[in-house]
Design a protein around this ligand. Structure first.
Ligand SMILES: *Cc1c(COP(=O)(O)O)cnc(C)c1O
Length: 462
């Protein structure tokens, strides 16, 4: 498979290069040149297979030419062997026709593990093949950092440095990062907030000499391999619920548009999907876009679903590229307008035929949904999942089509909000109970240690 940039001015790359490069040199994002196609009978034949087997089969067209099939099958076995549930991504039922897709059984209890566990192995393999090393640098407000550290710990060809704002990540998140003591893992606590961490990382990336000397790379959500790995659970879930012989709807708590874009990719590959619902918290740029055709930046509002607190969605450009019939010139115009005027508009007609619908959820509605879900289905959900459930209820067009809400984090990752909503303090799963007993290590850095100038920056996609 070859990959092309959404801005049309960077060279087409193969899978190896796309994984190791991330952002295209013209500022665009890489997308597959064509969508691999799965027929109804091929999708039907996925029933009863393990998650790792389905992953190898569904994703192989994207990696073909870079990794031999047997090697890739070994990678998916290993990546998904780290999950605490044999189904990897099990589904649970909330009422007759409403389901949760439980994406939180990985090592750090959030859906980002599903992609990052595979990405860590891809790095090892692709770097080993080229005899190279890479230095991963990232800023985190909590979830991405811990998932990236888990994915990279102990890997031969990778060093990872994660900056977190000191005192501003939850205790669970801090411990998930700082109790990993492998030699190649470096946690840096910054006296500052998330934007300061992000600005430091951005400054490092803009120093091309530094970047090239150390082979600095990012594991942020714009990496194609992360989006790709997320396609799989749309297939496994649909097949479990009767697909492809009936269409399924999904509601996806969204921030950087990576997770829901993976659902769109699955649809493009032949999976029947009735509705793909983009659920946002009050940082609702995506919801406003799908309802009004206007993509406009506003400030970021902190919420109790912090992993979706974004100003612009870093993966959105990939969908926009298809919406514009893959006209890279049009994308360059839109992105220039976003930088210069703070936004752009598309013809609402263009959106009518899409499978997307969208809505947003207030803080009070999020708490109320946590309370209501516990009362009516005996299920404790985290605030991100609650946003998905609330918007699924608002936007659902049919009660006979199964509605699956993606449950993106374990409630114990956001215990304060869950307790506030319903009075229950969610416990960590049994196998993680010792998180608070183990030794942790991190280095503390005052903000002025950096040789880099801090500039307020665009969201690089965490
Ligand atoms: C990252 C994250 C999201 C948002 O996913 P995107 O791919 O950025 O849209 C939602 N919920 C949780 C718990 C997350 O960590």
């Amino acid at each position: 498979m070859r990959y092309i940039s959404t801005r049309g001015e960077a060279p087409a790359l193969n899978f190896d290069e796309v994984v190791l490069t991330g952002l295209a040199r013209d500022g665009g994002l890489y997308v597959p040149e064509t969508w691999p196609q799965f027929s109804a009978s091929e999708i039907r034949s996925l029933a009863g297979k393990s998650y790792a087997e389905v992953a190898a089969q569904v994703l192989y067209p994207f990696v073909e030419g870079s990794i031999p099939l047997e090697t890739f099958q070994g990678m998916t076995e290993k990546a998904y062997g780290t999950f605490a549930h044999k189904a990897v991504v099990p589904i649970s039922q909330l009422d007759e026709n409403a389901f949760l897709m439980e994406l939180y059984h990985g090592p750090t209890l959030a859906f980002k593990d599903v992609a990052l566990q595979l990405l860590g192995l891809l790095y090892d393999y692709l770097l080993g093949k080229q005899g190279k090393r890479v230095t991963i640098v990232g800023a985190t407000s909590g979830d991405t950092g811990s998932a990236a550290i888990e994915a990279c710990r102990g890997r031969d060809a990778v060093d990872i440095f994660i900056l977190h704002p000191k005192g501003r990540v939850s205790e669970v998140q801090r411990r998930q990062m700082t109790t990993v003591l492998d030699d190649n893992v470096h946690n840096l606590a910054i006296d500052g907030d998330f934007d300061d961490c992000q600005a430091l990382v951005k400054a490092m990336f803009n120093d091309h000499e530094f970047r090239d000397t150390l082979g600095v790379s990012a594991v942020n959500s714009i990496n194609w391999a992360r989006v790709m790995a997320q396609i799989v659970y749309y297939f496994t879930t649909a097949v479990s619920l009767g697909g492809p012989d009936r269409a399924i709807s999904f509601s996806v708590p969204s921030g950087n548009f990576g997770d829901v874009y993976a659902g769109y990719c699955a649809h493009k590959m032949g999976l029947p999907i009735e509705q793909l619902i983009v659920a946002t918290n009050r940082n609702d740029i995506l919801s406003r876009f799908f309802n009004e055709g206007r993509y406009r930046k506003e400030g970021v509002n902190p919420t109790i679903s912090p992993s979706m607190d974004i100003q612009v969605s870093s993966n959105f450009e990939r969908f926009l590229f298809d919406l514009c019939a893959r006209d890279a010139g049009q994308i360059r115009n839109f992105m220039a307008q976003l930088d210069d005027d703070g936004g752009f508009d598309v013809d609402p007609q263009q959106l009518n035929s899409s499978i997307f619908s969208a809505g947003s959820c207030s803080e009070e509605e999020t708490l109320e949904t946590i309370r209501h879900t516990l009362a009516t289905s005996a299920k404790l959900v985290d605030p991100h999942t609650a946003v998905g459930l609330k918007v699924a209820g608002q936007r659902r067009t049919s009660v006979t089509v199964p509605m699956v809400t993606l449950s993106t984090a374990h409630p114990a990752k956001f215990p304060a909000a869950v307790e506030k909503a319903c009075g229950h303090y969610p416990q960590l799963p049994e196998h993680m109970k010792d998180l608070f007993d183990v030794k942790s290590g991190w280095m503390n850095f005052p903000m002025n240690w950096s040789p880099y100038k801090i500039t307020s920056g665009k969201n690089p996609g965490y």
